[in-house]
Ligand binder design. Structure first.
Ligand code: NAG
Ligand code: NAG
Ligand code: NAG
Ligand code: NAG
Length: 494
C-alpha cells in the first residue's frame, strides 16, 4: 500500500494526548487513513525530525473583504496569510447590512467575494452577522440557510451603530437560535457607556489614538458580558462571547460555567501580548519617532488594556479552562492610506473615532501562542491544540476537523525541531496585504515549517513558502457538538 502522504518521526499532539513517538500517519484522498507504529510508504514522505505535529489551525474569527474595511485583506491574501501561519480553516463573516432584508442574498454575495480572485488557499465557512433581525427572517429564511449552506453560527453586537441590537432583539435571535441549534457569538461592550465617555473626551478635545482605549473601559465589557450571560440564561442557549479582554468579564463567564450555563469564551493574541502603551505616541516600539499617529495601528475593540495584570489574568483563564477558543479577530486596515488607519487624521488632527478598528493577526496567531505559550512552557501542547483548533471544530460543527485521528481530514501543521530557528519578525515576512504587523520585532523561536491541507503540502517554509493552489473548499457545517441536550425551555417561549 502506497499512501499519498506519509508523515513520520514527529510528536503528534491532540487536545487530550501527546502520542508516543514514532507514529506514522498515512493520508489518502485528503483523509487520515491510518496511524501506526509500523513504517508506511508514501508517494511523498515527510520526516519531522522529532518536531511537534499539531492539527491544522482553525481561525474561527476573521474579517475578510468587508465593505467597512476597503484596505483590508480579501480572501486571496487573507487565506494565503492563514496558510503561511499554520491555519487550514477560517470562518469569516457574511454581514447583513442594516436595511438589507434578504440574508440569502447576503450569503450569495459573500460566496462571490470568496471566489473573486479564484477562491481561497484554505478551507472556509461563514458565520452570519445579523444587524436587523425580523420574525420572517428568523423563522423562514434562516432555517433554509442553515439547511442549504451549513451556516450554524451567527454573530450579533451590543455596540457599533452599524450592527448594534437591543436586548429585545438579542432575545429574539437567541430564541430562534435555540430552536435551530445555532451557536450565537456576541460582541459584548456597553455602547451607552462608550458614547458617554466619547462625549466627555470630545468636549476636552482629547482625540489622539490613545483615547480610544480610554473610551472603552473594562467596565463596559464587564457589564455587557454579564448582561448577555443573563439573556442566554433566560433562554438556556449556548453563546460564545467573542474577543474577551477583561478579568472581571471573564469572572462572569467562569461563574456561569460553574453553574452549568453554556457560556463559551474567546480571546485573541492582542489581549495576551499588547498593552495600551502601544497606543501612546511615546511607545518605544513605534518605527518612526516623528510619527505621533502610529498608535492608530493598535486600535481595536475591545481596546488593548492598560495593565499587564489584565493580560496575565487572560493567560490564567486560558490555563484554567475558562477560555474556549483562541482566534485572531483578523480585521486589518492598511496604516498609510487615506481609507485606512489614516482616515482618522482630519484636517491634520487625529480623531480616534474615525480610525478604522482592528488588527492584522491571521498569520501570527498560531506561531505567537506556540512560541510564547508552548515553548516557554506557559501552557501545555495539548492546551495549545485545544484552543487553536479542536474547540473551534466542536463549537462550530466542523466534524471532520480539529484533531489528528483516523477518519479526520489530513489538515496538519508540522513545526521545526526545538532550537532550529530563531528570528525577529518583520512585516516583510508576512503574506497579508497590510503594511504593518503589531508584533514587529518580536523574537520567534519557531514557526510552522509545513502546512498540510487535506493531505496536500500547501506551505513549505524553506522551499518557496505558500506553494498550494487555491484549493480551499467551502465547508457546510453541522450543529455544535460542544454541548449536549438543552434543558426544557420555559413554556411561554414555545
Ligand atoms: C432573496 O435573494 C435570493 C437570491 O438573490 C432570491 O432568490 C430571493 O428571491 C430573494 N428573496 C426575497 C424574499 O426577496
Ligand atoms: C477644542 O478645540 C476647538 C477648536 O479648535 C476650540 O475652539 C476649543 O476651545 C477647544 N476646547 C478645549 C476645551 O480646549
Ligand atoms: C481562573 O483564573 C482567573 C484569573 O486569574 C481567576 O480569576 C479565576 O478564579 C480562575 N478560575 C478558576 C476556576 O480557578
Ligand atoms: C510569505 O511568508 C514567508 C514566510 O513565512 C516569506 O518568506 C514570504 O516572503 C512571504 N511571501 C510574501 C509574498 O510576502
Amino acid at each position: 500500500m502506497i499512501y499519498d502522504l506519509v508523515i513520520y518521526n514527529g510528536v503528534v499532539v491532540t487536545a487530550s494526548d501527546i502520542l508516543p513517538p514514532s507514529i506514522y500517519i498515512g493520508i489518502n484522498n485528503g483523509v487520515i487513513e491510518t496511524m501506526t507504529t509500523q513504517p508506511l510508504k508514501g508517494k511523498k514522505e515527510i520526516d519531522c525530525e522529532g518536531a511537534y505535529i499539531t492539527p491544522g489551525g482553525i481561525d474561527s474569527h476573521v474579517h475578510l473583504d468587508q465593505d467597512n474595511a476597503p484596505t483590508g485583506d480579501d480572501f486571496d491574501s487573507g487565506s494565503k496569510s492563514a496558510i503561511a501561519g499554520g491555519t487550514t480553516t477560517i470562518l469569516p463573516f457574511a454581514i447583513q447590512p442594516k436595511k438589507e432584508k434578504n440574508i440569502t442574498a447576503v450569503v450569495q454575495d459573500y460566496h462571490k467575494r470568496a471566489n473573486k480572485k479564484g477562491g481561497s488557499y484554505c478551507d472556509y465557512g461563514f458565520h452570519l452577522i445579523i444587524s436587523e433581525p425580523n420574525e420572517e427572517m428568523l423563522t423562514e429564511e434562516f432555517p433554509e440557510i442553515i439547511a442549504q449552506e451549513g451556516i450554524t453560527s451567527v454573530k450579533v453586537y451590543t455596540t457599533y451603530p452599524r450592527y448594534k441590537l437591543t436586548d429585545n432583539q438579542l432575545l429574539n435571535v437567541l430564541l430562534a437560535n435555540r430552536k435551530l441549534g445555532v451557536t450565537t457569538m456576541i460582541h459584548a461592550e456597553n455602547s451607552d457607556i462608550i458614547d458617554f465617555i466619547n462625549e466627555q473626551l470630545q468636549k476636552k478635545n482629547l482625540t489622539d489614538p490613545f483615547y480610544h482605549s480610554i473610551s472603552r473601559p473594562l467596565v463596559a465589557e464587564e457589564e455587557a458580558s454579564y448582561r448577555v450571560i443573563a439573556l442566554a440564561k433566560l433562554i438556556d442557549v449556548p453563546i460564545l462571547i467573542v474577543h474577551m479582554s477583561s478579568k472581571t468579564a471573564m469572572d462572569h463567564v467562569r461563574k456561569a460555567q460553574t453553574d452549568n450555563i453554556p457560556i463559551y469564551s474567546e480571546t485573541c493574541p492582542q489581549y495576551l501580548f499588547l498593552t495600551a502603551d502601544y497606543l501612546k505616541p511615546s511607545c518605544i516600539h513605534h518605527l518612526d519617532p516623528h510619527d505621533h499617529f502610529e498608535g492608530a495601528k493598535y486600535i481595536c475593540s475591545p481596546p488593548l488594556r492598560q495593565e499587564q495584570s489584565e493580560l496575565d489574568a487572560i493567560w490564567d483563564n486560558i490555563n484554567n479552562g475558562t477560555v474556549t477558543v483562541f482566534s485572531s479577530d483578523h480585521a486589518p486596515t492598511t496604516y498609510d492610506d487615506p481609507e485606512g488607519k489614516k482616515a482618522g487624521i482630519i484636517n491634520g488632527i487625529p480623531h480616534y473615532k474615525s480610525i478604522p478598528n482592528g488588527l492584522p493577526g491571521i498569520e501570527t496567531r498560531i506561531p505567537l501562542l506556540f512560541c510564547f505559550g508552548v515553548e516557554t512552557q506557559r501552557i501545555s501542547p495539548q492546551k495549545f491544540v485545544e484552543l487553536t483548533s479542536t474547540n473551534a471544530a466542536k463549537l462550530y460543527g466542523l466534524t471532520n476537523k480539529g484533531t489528528i485521528g483516523v477518519g479526520f481530514d489530513g489538515d496538519i501543521t508540522i513545526w521545526y525541531p526545538k532550537n532550529r530557528i530563531n528570528f525577529k519578525l518583520t512585516n516583510a515576512m508576512l503574506n497579508h496585504s497590510i503594511d504593518y504587523t503589531p508584533y514587529e520585532g518580536m523574537q520567534f523561536t519557531n514557526w510552522p515549517r509545513y502546512t498540510i491541507l487535506r493531505g496536500e503540502v500547501v506551505y513549505d517554509r524553506d522551499n518557496s513558502g505558500v506553494i498550494g493552489s487555491k484549493s480551499g473548499q467551502y465547508l457546510k457545517r453541522h450543529a455544535s457538538s460542544l454541548r449536549g441536550p438543552l434543558h426544557d425551555i420555559n413554556s411561554i417561549f414555545k
